[in-house]
Write a protein that binds this ligand. Sequence first.
Ligand SMILES: C[S@@+](CC[C@H](N)C(=O)[O-])C[C@H]1O[C@@H](n2cnc3c(N)ncnc32)[C@H](O)[C@@H]1O
Length: 253
Amino acid sequence: MRLSDAEAVKQVWGSRGGPASTLLQEGSDGPPPIPGYLNKYYWCFYVHPRAVWLFERPWLVNLILWGKYLTMRDAAVAEMGPSLPGRTLQVACVYGDLTNRLAARVPPGSELDVVDVLPAQLNNLRAKLPASAPVQLLRMDSATLRIPDARYDRVLLFFLLHEMPRDVREATLREALRVAKPGGKLVIIDFARPAPWHPLRFIWHPILRVLEPFARDLWTRPVEDWLPASHRDRIVSRTGYFGDFYQKVVIAV
Ligand SMILES: C[S@@+](CC[C@H](N)C(=O)[O-])C[C@H]1O[C@@H](n2cnc3c(N)ncnc32)[C@H](O)[C@@H]1O
């Protein structure tokens, strides 16, 4: 059953003692506003009332990633682990079935939390998940997570950073590392600097520059440029996909 946006928010900002409210800090004063860049540049992709209807189609999600959605989704899921004991955080909803795949790996007694700032996206995700899925949806801004330090064993950022202005990207990385436990890991999947011969540099990059004005940073700069100094030398692996058009970066927390 699909919830209205208002119900989805209520579910996240639930009654005191409800599962989601245990993560909220005392004195928190309501849901976060929609960040300006989402309204300005991503309104038609995520905020528009028909955005979910338009984009939540496997073939379209795959087309937008040039046929590599399954490759990147599977890379993310495999990196997170065959089983996800303890607590796992996915920062931001995504179109497609990534969260369902992660949820299927959560053993009894463990949990997967998903943060997003848009109620429509959380609502869409809830509708995609089986009612029994051990997934908690949290309406929060990734740049200011209302979550205690060192809560998660692993944190995932899947194609999120390229959509963010630099200051929000830095804050999101800082927060993702803060809420991860020492000894845990942060997994990033996003655009990268492609091989010089890559034809999409000449076809897709010019289009993305218009549609997604912050994405260029990801194919011109390494991820450590936005990491806090404490974690710049803690990248444990960096894997390129599709002629380095995409990357997976793993950071030890
Ligand atoms: C993960 S990103 C891109 C995903 C990719 N295009 C896909 O769907 O496969 C899209 C999501 O990020 C969320 N988002 C963007 N900025 C955010 C922020 N500051 N805090 C929380 N969620 C955010 C949007 O609401 C949207 O649901």
